[in-house]
Each structure stands twice: as C-alpha cells, then as structure tokens.
Design a protein around this ligand. Sequence first.
Ligand code: PLP
Length: 377
Amino acid sequence: MIKVERAYKMENRAVNFLRGVPADESLKEIQPLIAEGYKNAINKYGTDVLQYGHFGGFKPLREILGKFHDVDSERIIAGNGGLEVISLFFKSLPANSTIIVEKATYDRVLLDAFHYGYKTMGVEMTPHGVNLNDLERLLKTCPVILFYGIPFHQNPTGITYTQENCKAVEEICRRYNVICAWDVCYQQLRYDGNTNTPIDVSDSDSVLFSSFTKTISPGTKCGYMVLPEKMVGKVTNVIANTRINPNLPTQAFIADFIESGKYDEFLTFLQGLYRPRMDALNTAMNEYFPETDSVRITGGFFALIHLHEITGKKEELFIESVKAAGVNINSAQAAFATNILAKNLGKGLFVRLTFPALEPEQIRRGVATLKEMMLDV
Ligand SMILES: Cc1ncc(COP(=O)(O)O)c(C=O)c1O
C-alpha cells in the first residue's frame, strides 16, 4: 500500500475508471470540424433546420443512414442520442411488458425500462455472446416482448458476439415472437485492425439502435433507430406526442460530415488514438489478473473485472483504499438485472473499467493498484 501511495504522489494524476467519456484529444481534434460543420449546415439548409419539421429526423441524414443499412429511409428515425431513441421505442411497448437484457447491460436502459413499469430479466452470457440455452429457458418462463442486446464491445463487459451467435439469437426471438433489438453504438469503435460485420436488418424484423455520442461527441447528441416497416407508424405517433422534432442543425451537420468522408477519416483517427489504450488495458489485465474471467477486448469503451475475493464488507473498504491510492472505481451493480443481482450475492465485486480517456501509463497503474490493494484488504 505504501508503495502505491508513494507512486501516486509522484505521479499526482488520479486514474478515473468511472468516466465513460471520449478522450479530450478526440474532442480537440473534432472541435474545428464541428464548428465549421454547424456553420456550413445553417448556411446551406437555412431556416429549414431552424423551424419545426423533419419529425422523424433530418431527411438527408435519414437517407444517408437508410443507404448505409440498405433500408428505405422511412425506416430510420433519428433523434437526440441513442438513449432517447431507445426510450421512445420503449414508450411504444405495451404496459407491463417483460424485456430480456444481457446479464449486465447499459444501466440507463434498465432504469428507463423500470420507469415505464417493465420487468427486466438478465440472460447469462459467454465470451462469444448470449448463452442460447439460458435465453430459451427464460423465454419459457413468461411472455416476453423484447430482447435488447449490445453485440459489439458490449457495455459493460466488452464482449463482442460472433455473427453466428447474433443470428441464433435472432432466430430464437423469431420462434418465440419476441422483438430482437440490437444497440450497435460501439460497432465502428474497433481498434484491433479488424472490422465488425454490420447486422443486416434489410430483410428482417430486428430493430437497431445507434448513436454518434462516442464517435463524434456527447455534446452534439445524435442517435437513431432502424425499425421494421410495421413498427414505424406506432413509434412515429409516440414521437409526435413526445419530442416533436429533434435538433436539426446537429443532424444537418452530421449528414454533411458523413457525406464529405470526414466522418470515416475521424473514425480512423479514433481507432489510432484508442488502440494503445486498449492494448495497455489488455496487457495489464493479463499481467495482474491472469486468472480473470474478463474477455480480451477488441474495441469499445469498457472491460468488466470480477474480483471474486472482494465480498461483503470488504467491498466498501476496497473501493475506499483504491481511491486513497488515486484510482476511482465503483461497483457495477447498477448494470445487473434484478434476477442476476440475487445470483451475484456473496460472489465478489464487479468493476467496470472505462479506458479511452486515460493514457496507457494511467491504465497500467490503475490496474496494478487494483491488484496491490486486493492483496491488502
Ligand atoms: C450501449 C449504449 N447505448 C446507448 C448509449 C447512449 O448514447 P447517447 O449518449 O447517444 O444517448 C450509451 C452510452 O454510453 C451506451 O453505452
């Protein structure tokens, strides 16, 4: 412990694993492009983007996204962020619905479902996606309306599903008459030199949610969903009664940004920026927690570590002593569905490690501190 505190004082830079934010370097890089992009968009589209209208999202952006996903642009609804479109979709579901989510998922989605009065159940996962037997088991317990999954660089585990697993999940959902909804907001954030194969919804009833928060900026807040044709009317009614039009200057800027090719260039920049950070996390996890059941991540923003030994009262003490040594973490409890929370009792502490806003050296020091403090508690 003394060794870590001394090291922290020397470095004097806290390691904050809690903030799921893009790196400052990425925002600085994109700032002039956004400034120019907004100015151009307002000049180019004029009062069209300052007036009510484009209720389902800025038409040119919907057309670009429609081409990207090989669907009619009417099936695209663009909104103010990924969470907004997820929430609008949830709002269109019947009262008392039951939703299946991954064992650990994006915590805001659980909260949003809870606020609509829906029940959520977590399905067990493997390093390659959903545990299909467990999915079928859950589907047999009660009627389910929706499966919600994050197939690329999952939040919070970092798991990426295999294509086979995605297809098998869709097939099971089809058999049980359950809507299959994929949140693909981390799809383009892969840093290991490979590319994720997009999920094809051109000819299926699956729903896609996505967001530009992590690929452009959280402040510009834009996300979208791709709906099967038969759901468009219902969700459009919800939108008309909720938010009317989205932020149109943002969507106009993003439409032009994508069309100019600068968005793709920026994604390449992000992949280069985040790769050494991801490598540092994988290397440190391997070195300090070789026995971990965490996956080796290939992109995204997160990894989840399960500290089996930190149980009961040790949890608070551990989080406090790690903080005193300059590393901020918290329990990832809020990410677990209720049925899983009961199973997790007494099984140790789960911690989500968010890495993109940290330098490789900080990531390594942070993971080393976790290990050192574990030996102390
Ligand atoms: C899986 C997932 N979906 C959606 C979002 C929210 O995106 P937005 O900020 O565009 O609402 C996040 C943000 O962290 C996320 O992790």
